[in-house]
Design a protein around this ligand. Sequence first.
Ligand SMILES: [Zn+2]
Length: 458
Amino acid sequence: MATLLGTIVNCLRYDRLSPTDREAVRVDRLRSMIRHARTASPVYRARYADLPPDSPLSALPPVTKAKLMADFDDWLTDRTVTSSGLQGYLADPDNIGRKFANRYLVFTTSGSTGTPLVALYDRSANAVLSGLNTARGIPSRDDLAALVRRGGTSVGVFAEGFYLGYASVRARQLAMPWKRDKFRVLSALRPVPELVAELNRAKPALLGGYATILELLAEEQLAGRLELAPSLLMAGGEHLTAAGRELLEAAFGCRAYTSYACTEAGPIASECAHRRLHVNDDWVVVEPVDDDYRPVPPGTTSAKILVTNLFNRSQPFIRYEVTDRVTVHDEPCPCGRLSPWLEVEGRTDDVTTFTDSGGRAVRIAPLPIYAVLKEVPGVARFQALVGRGNTVELRLVCTAAESEAEVASRATARLKAFLATHDVLDPAITVSPREPVRTSGGKLRHVLSVAEAEVSSP
Ligand SMILES: [Zn+2]
């Protein structure tokens, strides 16, 4: 059973171990997790049935979200948890940040296709999650000290829901109601002027949120409407580009950090003072692979990665497929950390610009538009191409059971209603049968800013 303090101590100790001793820690945790999954999870027991007990990790078959969610009731090692039991809990937004069955914090992914993944963190898993963030989330002692001096008030701008970012803050608020004003969270779907007003009142020492949202707020800060003096910024959920980081640091006059995390394995990599994302390899195994799950060598961009979570014993993730293109590096980093570092393929969605009823430019981050469209019933895949003059071309792929015309009108209505909350009252939304645009790596782009000519006419 891990504890918060124990994890912090463990992380700091691991960082000082020799390569041989580090390897021993990793091998021990991995063996223990595989043994536990084989014994206590029917899904893994069945999948590994024909494999010898000492099989190396690379011999174990990879698992996918679709497969694990389809077999949910046979997956968890706590055999009392069922998907039907979770359904009622997840249907009530009041449960965000509250424990399921008095035992688990529940997080879901925001996947745009199929069922979202549901991850359960028991007390021990949650302690590792928080411990890792505390021990390695902020690489500079000076920044940490400045944050503490300022009282540590933090505001995160996230999408509301059972998502890792939002639900973790809610859980902290519920656990420590007397500190409610210290950890605040604002909905990323609100118009930027509203966020600016709230932030000017809250004056956070730490401002966190999606990279594109923070970049929009940086524009507000430079324009003088937002007047914050944070000690540090924490961008997550989206790739922070070098240009984005430069903008944030120039606007707010402090350091901006990022991390690479996922709901299934927590913080996969944390940044060092040299701005490299070092894998938290004491708690997660990252295997970069090609399309056929063959390993790719260091320095080569993978098609996806397989992650193995070494701390969630209630819900094992072993060689779990994550479709991010990642380049792992094994050459040393000047910071001295021995863990390999990685680069994640840049973000694929754009900030878009609309015009409000008064003729002013309204900048909207991709995430709110994504969050609105992915909730439309009947939409399997979608893409919004935003052109000049408030034109939007929606490319929709519907689930088989739904009428395309109905889904299209639903999606159009939802997007219109959302844009109206930003005072964009006359969008010309067209639904086109064209294929969604993908990146060179085949990843679907959800929100694109395009020139007028690229948006097809109705
Ligand atoms: Zn480093």
